[in-house]
Ligand binder design. Structure first.
Ligand SMILES: Cc1cc2nc3c(=O)[nH]c(=O)nc-3n(C[C@H](O)[C@H](O)[C@H](O)COP(=O)(O)O)c2cc1C
Length: 502
């Protein structure tokens, strides 16, 4: 027989919520948003006051109200979920609190099947938050604050599949605690009952199986709507921590000035945008002749140089920069390092690209380190070929996280994608062989580049080299490719791309 869990009983505003009455309206102000209620009549006013004082069973809140007001208070409790906390009690003590993290979410309790193995969802996790242990999951818009040790012990036991008789028998948990807590964990998708085949939903469901734990958590937190922490450009550290500058102080080391192309020369030589877009492709094999230092200089100038830097005056505002590719808030957190294997006119080495002075600064001349960087890159392609140069894209993370909550790292990855496409198009326009990479070793890069992993480490990698004659590398598509939308465009565009003449 399944055990019916009682719905969460007493409800209160969270400690972080303020209620401000003004005339006929009230503002409920929480850490991540506010609700204005209007009109606030006597019944609702009394409910709001009680919710600030102590946890009260919903039935006790509603009982003194006339029927019409009961409906509106019940609907308010549903809407204001992200401002409320609901107690789960057993044996006269509070076991846990359910805090909805989205509007319109309320606790739900499910049946607890008795002889069936139960286990935490693969997506559930515990962490310390505001000094308490909380249980969360990207699958559900609630946070469970594990108030009582009995609740913490039960959750820990459910890391392994257990039946209710095992929990209440050999494991020694109280039957009341099990009934009260597990019903809510099941109702909120934090706990799963084994199916007839003995498998749990988060392991067996084809959609859930294909989500890595960290990917789903990341996805659930970088879009608004499912979680209640401050979100977006909220400048959380103003007055506490100095922001990072828009442009990094270059490392000291031997510097090599780079070639600067002239705009008129590029305009005269460049293919049309459509030719570059349609003819662009990833190339992982290279000509016998290496690319040149002038090509590298032109490439970096067109992709990554700082065109301008804005330092705010007394009026305040953000320090920002301008470069050829766009970034959120003009923040420009990304930096480029260049591992040079072979490049005519430039010594092999690992360099920092100084985007203001447009020069390379040597940061590492160790051959074994260079070799290690190229080995990781070519492993990502599944080919033995090594490009002429390998770009390591790093982010100065605190540049974004000083301004943005929740979305800082997601924004970095978006910037990396924007930079990749800029590199692809410039390489196509210049007749070079480009290839973006999806995998790189950030620990190796931090060591080799002399960086602190938490302040600046690698988020992308991009290979570049000299292009063989186009015909050599672009075999026509075979019949496993089902052509759509004028594929001859791409072929015709490839034919119009610059021939490698440098
Ligand atoms: C973000 C990203 C990651 C990539 N990762 C790799 C990689 O690790 N190894 C590789 O050989 N190609 C990689 N590529 C290149 C893709 O395989 C390539 O873009 C795709 O096959 C389409 O071919 P095309 O670029 O020639 O149009 C990556 C491309 C991007 C944009």
């Amino acid at each position: 027989m399944p055990t019916q869990s009682p719905a969460a009983g007493a409800v209160a505003f969270r400690d972080s919520v303020r209620v401000e009455f003004d005339g006929d309206h009230a503002d409920l102000v929480g850490p991540a948003g506010a609700i204005r209620l209007r009109p606030v009549r006597d019944g609702l006013r009394g409910v709001l006051s009680r919710l600030t004082e102590q946890p009260t069973p919903v039935a006790d809140l509603l009982a003194p109200l006339p029927p019409a007001e009961r409906t509106s208070v019940a609907s308010f409790l549903g809407r204001a979920g992200h401002l409320l906390t609901w107690s789960i009690t057993a044996g006269g003590r509070e076991l846990a609190r359910v805090e909805p993290t989205a509007r319109g979410v309320a606790p739900r309790a499910g049946d607890v099947p008795s002889g069936v193995p139960l286990r935490l969802s693969r997506f559930a996790f515990c962490r310390s938050r505001d000094g308490a242990l909380v249980l969360e999951s990207p699958l559900t818009a609630v946070r469970i604050v594990l108030v009582h040790r009995a609740a913490r012990d039960l959750v820990a036991a459910l890391g392994t599949a257990r039946t209710v008789p095992e929990l209440t028998g050999a494991d020694g948990h109280s039957a009341d605690d099990v009934t009260a807590l597990l019903g809510h964990l099941i109702g909120l998708d934090l706990l799963e009952a084994a199916g007839p085949d003995g498998r749990f939903r988060s392991d067996a469901d084809p959609t859930l199986r294909q989500w890595d734990f960290h990917d789903l958590l990341f996805h659930s937190r970088i879009r608004s709507g499912r979680y209640d922490d401050p979100f977006g450009a909220v400048y959380p550290y103003t007055g506490q921590i100095e922001p990072r500058p828009a442009v990094k102080e270059p490392p000291s080391g031997p510097a090599v000035p780079l070639y600067r192309p002239a705009l008129d020369e590029l305009l005269a030589r460049d293919p049309a945008l459509t030719v570059a877009l349609e003819g662009r492709r990833s190339v992982r094999e290279y000509d016998d002749e290496p690319m040149t230092a002038d090509q590298l200089g032109e490439f970096l100038y067109r992709v990554g140089r700082v065109r301008a830097r804005h330092v705010p005056g007394d009026g305040g505002g953000d320090e920002v920069a301008a470069r050829p590719y766009p970034t959120g808030g003009a923040a420009y957190d990304l930096e480029l390092y260049v591992s040079v294997r072979r490049c005519a006119g430039l010594a092999a080495g690992i360099y920092y690209y100084d985007p203001v002075a447009h020069r390379l600064v040597l940061v590492n001349d160790d051959e074994a380190d260079r070799h290690a960087m190229f080995t990781v890159a070519s492993r990502s392609t599944g080919l033995p070929n090594r490009p002429d140069v390998l770009f390591t894209v790093t982010s100065r993370f605190q540049r974004l996280s000083w301004k943005y909550r929740a979305i800082a790292y997601a924004t970095t990855l978006r910037h990396t994608g924007v930079l990749y496409q800029t590199m692809y198009l410039v390489a196509a326009a210049m007749g070079l062989a480009p290839c973006g990479l999806g995998n790189g070793d950030a620990d190796l890069a931090a060591r080799v580049l002399g960086l602190d992993y938490l302040r600046e480490s690698s988020v992308g990698d991009f290979m570049l080299g000299s292009l063989r004659a186009p015909g050599d590398t672009t075999p026509p598509p075979d019949d496993t490719w089902h052509m759509a939308n004028s594929p001859e465009w791409a072929l015709a565009a490839s034919a119009k791309l610059p021939k490698p003449t440098w």
